[in-house]
Design a binder for this molecule. Structure first.
Ligand SMILES: Nc1ncnc2c1ncn2[C@@H]1O[C@H](COP(=O)(O)OP(=O)(O)O)[C@@H](O)[C@H]1O
Ligand SMILES: [Mg+2]
Length: 365
């Protein structure tokens, strides 16, 4: 799916802009503070109903305004999709004129992948960042995953409430334990099935971007790999009661990248880390397109930062080859004007919250 029409209202300094993006590559260039990142935030809001970080979502709304509105048309059918986000935290999503039941419907329609400076958290941040990344892929490829994931969250929440309430002999705990065991087993199974294919794709893309053959992914499922989750829950019960939460399970899974036993974030340069993160995100796009026939939408903020010219060109060529839609920002138009082999990208000049489509030599179209 790609976005063929985009209208942004009251997102940061973008008061009202309307664009006709290319289904392939779109480059937004302009000075600091002109509004480039805000365009990406607006598309992110459409796909995930929030900004890059939930805490930023409120600050996206233009000063002295009550709401941000982003509207687009998606895919060949030109499906209208719109979201309004208010200061009180409420949002309304409409797909084809009908209110959406959940934000998962948005995510299903618009598989948005973000690469910005926070993407380094995939390597150096907490396990939560890596689980979110992994689950995004499993969600799009495995149809039963969302349902199992919801079941896991619900049973975990209720089990933890009982652990904290001291009602440890409550028969309800058995019920929630059974639910948790069933969901945990299934979530882990689907994650592992996804990873068995995804890791190959990641190694392929990584080798195209950077020579790091010893970089390996280590998945840990969140509980002892030699024991069943039932046994682990039984063995851990005193510890769980004391801490007031469930210590083991898929909610503690992780997917670390290591080189000779050391974390990638401890040994690689910043530029190398960026290439590893890009390989992870690009591999997800390739894998999604192979497994589910879905086209990702890439939001890449300041693509050239940390990268040399050769690696900028490689990134651009992979994006072109994948045939994904991309919204990419940079400061100077020249930074990304000669990196393409197939089609010239659509270039947009961003200035003081206004956006103009320009030709390669800078002439307004
Ligand atoms: N809520 C807001 N309302 C209006 N303007 C804002 C708001 N939040 C940030 N800004 C301004 O919007 C501008 C655009 O920021 P940004 O998109 O991050 O710029 P760029 O990525 O081009 O450097 C900045 O000048 C910033 O001061
Ligand atoms: Mg920016």
């Amino acid at each position: 799916m790609s976005i063929s029409h985009l209208s942004i209202t009251q997102v940061r300094n973008l008061t009202q802009v309307t664009l006709t993006p290319s289904p392939n590559i779109n480059v937004f260039f302009g000075l600091n503070g002109s509004g480039k990142t805000s365009v990406l935030e607006a598309v992110h809001l459409l796909g995930l109903a929030k900004s890059f970080k939930p805490a930023r979502t409120r600050s996206m709304i233009q000063w002295e305004q009550e709401e941000s509105v982003v509207f687009c048309k998606v895919g060949e059918a030109q499906l209208p999709v719109g979201i309004s986000r208010r200061k009180d935290g409420k949002h309304h999503v409409k797909i084809s004129g009908e209110p959406a039941k959940s934000t998962a419907e948005l995510a299903e329609l618009l598989p948005v992948q973000l690469i910005n400076s926070d993407a380094f958290l995939l390597l150096e941040g907490s396990a939560k960042n890596r689980r979110q990344f992994l689950d995004w892929g499993v969600f799009h490829v495995e149809h039963t995953f969302f349902q199992e994931w919801q079941r896991l969250q619900k049973s975990l929440k209720n089990r933890n409430i009982l652990l904290r309430s001291g009602k440890i002999t409550d028969p309800l705990r058995d019920t929630w334990d059974q639910e948790f065991v069933a969901a945990a087993t299934e979530v882990d199974r689907l994650r592992q099935r996804y990873l068995s294919g995804f890791v190959k794709e990641f190694e392929r893309v990584l080798a195209l971007l950077i020579d790091l053959p010893d970089l390996k992914m280590h998945y840990t499922r969140g509980w002892d790999k030699t024991k069943s989750i039932e046994d682990v829950l039984k063995n851990n019960i005193q510890r769980d009661i004391k801490s007031g939460f469930t210590n083991a399970g898929p909610q503690r899974a992780d997917m670390k990248l290591k080189l000779h036993g050391e974390l990638a974030s401890d040994v690689l340069s910043r530029g190398q880390q960026k290439l590893v993160v890009c390989a992870l995100k690009l591999a997800q796009g390739y894998y999604l397109s192979k497994q589910a026939g879905k086209k990702s939408i890439y939001l890449i903020d300041d693509l050239p930062s940390e990268l040399d010219k050769r690696h900028i060109n490689l990134m651009c060529q992979l994006l072109e080859e994948m045939d994904a839609q991309a919204f990419i920002t940079c400061i100077e138009q020249q930074q990304l004007s000669t990196s393409w082999q197939r089609h010239q990208p659509k270039m947009f000049h961003v200035e003081h919250g206004r956006i103009e489509s320009v030709s390669e030599n800078g002439v307004q179209l």
